[in-house]
Write a protein that binds this ligand. Structure first.
Ligand SMILES: NC(=O)c1ccc[n+]([C@@H]2O[C@H](COP(=O)([O-])OP(=O)(O)OC[C@H]3O[C@@H](n4cnc5c(N)ncnc54)[C@H](OP(=O)(O)O)[C@@H]3O)[C@@H](O)[C@H]2O)c1
Length: 337
């Protein structure tokens, strides 16, 4: 069943190699290291990377980490769509980025990830190949249990299910790129909860803002594992990451960032791991794995009190990934198929 795939940089690996790496990593074996680390910026990671002719979507690309992700990929020459919930607010940001990078190929398109009808119309409008999809947009710690228009818990619906539907709807475009990458921006907060398959919507388990955020971020990691297992044959690779602690609009429900100052990152540092997974040749043939500070994270057996790093096995587990994929297909029935 091993077939050879060529990534967007022209390097080749076999599907079998990719899948066995994913499986081993789910068990805590292997661990990719790079010359980059906690303090590295997105610009440093992208040095020497040429994305001319590559088409990119960054969700939530007009705020926080997303802006720096777009800026860096634009400087590398990519054609980028900022997929945003508030296009009017995003247009001046895109214009500033065009001016700053000298790259005119930045466009804004509306996308509300919490509403599957919006995801459907975004994918309906997309034509041609897609080389890089950065699933970056997110919300955190919504104080009370809220539901999306289709009735899903809001953090699960926005952070995970909207991105699942988006990737599914763009599957053919990704396959057409011959070596596409999908990046899932997750969080250390995945350590707060696995995906609770028996109660995705908090109908029985008491809702907590970080329990729901944690579930959505575990699901985001499992999405990368699922994409690897379902689509590696199409040459599509996907990894997930924790960007670190960066003061952005994300903390609007929590009274600002509480992380000690010495452990915080700038937005430029926060975007570094996203850019590494999206565009670095160092990630050739790597898929279904989880990174932080530009390196693969360590497997944990217990959540550390200070949340310094690492990942839980449940968030890279291949059976969980297959189960979530099947459940999600049911939940988004009709999108992209
Ligand atoms: N900052 C951190 O410390 C940190 C730590 C771990 C993980 N992360 C993750 O990093 C990613 C980026 O976060 P950030 O820190 O850059 O936060 P941010 O500045 O708040 O940016 C989040 C982006 O997501 C967009 N978004 C929210 N709901 C959306 C929806 N329904 N449809 C489309 N877009 C939507 C926001 O749009 P609006 O501007 O319209 O709200 C915004 O552009 C998130 O996935 C977050 O969970 C961040």
């Amino acid at each position: 069943m091993a077939s050879t795939m060529t990534n967007i940089f022209g390097a080749t690996s076999t599907t079998e190699e990719v899948l066995s790496g994913t499986d081993l990593r789910g068990k805590g074996i292997l661990g990719l290291t790079t010359p980059f680390g906690f303090h590295s910026t997105a610009t440093e990671v992208a040095a020497g990377v040429d994305l001319t002719g590559k088409r990119v979507i960054v969700t939530g690309g007009a705020a926080g980490i997303g802006i720096e992700t777009v800026r860096t990929l634009a400087l590398a020459g990519a054609e980028i769509t900022l997929a945003v919930r508030r296009p009017d607010a995003a247009r001046p940001v895109a214009e500033e980025l065009r001016q700053a990078t000298g790259n005119a190929a930045l466009e804004v398109r509306p996308l509300d990830l919490s509403d599957l009808r919006s995801v459907q119309s975004f994918v309906d409008d997309w034509t041609g190949p897609l080389h890089i999809l950065v699933n970056n947009a997110g919300i955190m710690a919504v104080p009370e249990l809220e539901k999306t228009p289709q009735g899903f818990e809001r953090q699960f619906g926005t952070n995970y299910l909207g991105h699942f539907a988006l990737a599914l709807g763009l599957h053919r475009a990704l396959a057409a790129a011959n070596g596409a990458r999908v990046v899932s921006v997750s969080s250390i907060a995945h350590l707060f909860s696995p995906v609770i398959f028996d109660d995705l919507g908090f109908d029985f388990v008491p809702y907590t803002p970080f329990g729901a955020y944690g579930q959505s971020k575990s699901a985001a990691m499992l999405l990368s594992v699922g994409i690897t297992r379902k689509w590696a044959e199409d040459g599509i690779l996907s990894n997930s990451l924790n960007p670190g602690a960066i003061a952005t609009g994300l903390q609007k429900h929590t009274g600002g960032l509480k992380t000690p100052v010495e452990r915080r990152k700038t937005p430029e540092q926060g975007a570094a791991t996203s850019v590494l997974l999206a565009a670095s040749p160092l990630l050739e043939g790597i898929s279904g794995r989880y990174f932080e500070d530009c390196n693969e994270a360590e497997l944990l057996t217990k959540r550390p009190a200070d949340l310094t790093g690492g990942y839980a096995a449940y968030a890279l587990d291949t059976e969980n990934a297959d189960r979530l994929w099947d459940v999600s297909l049911q939940l988004v029935r009709g999108i992209g198929e």
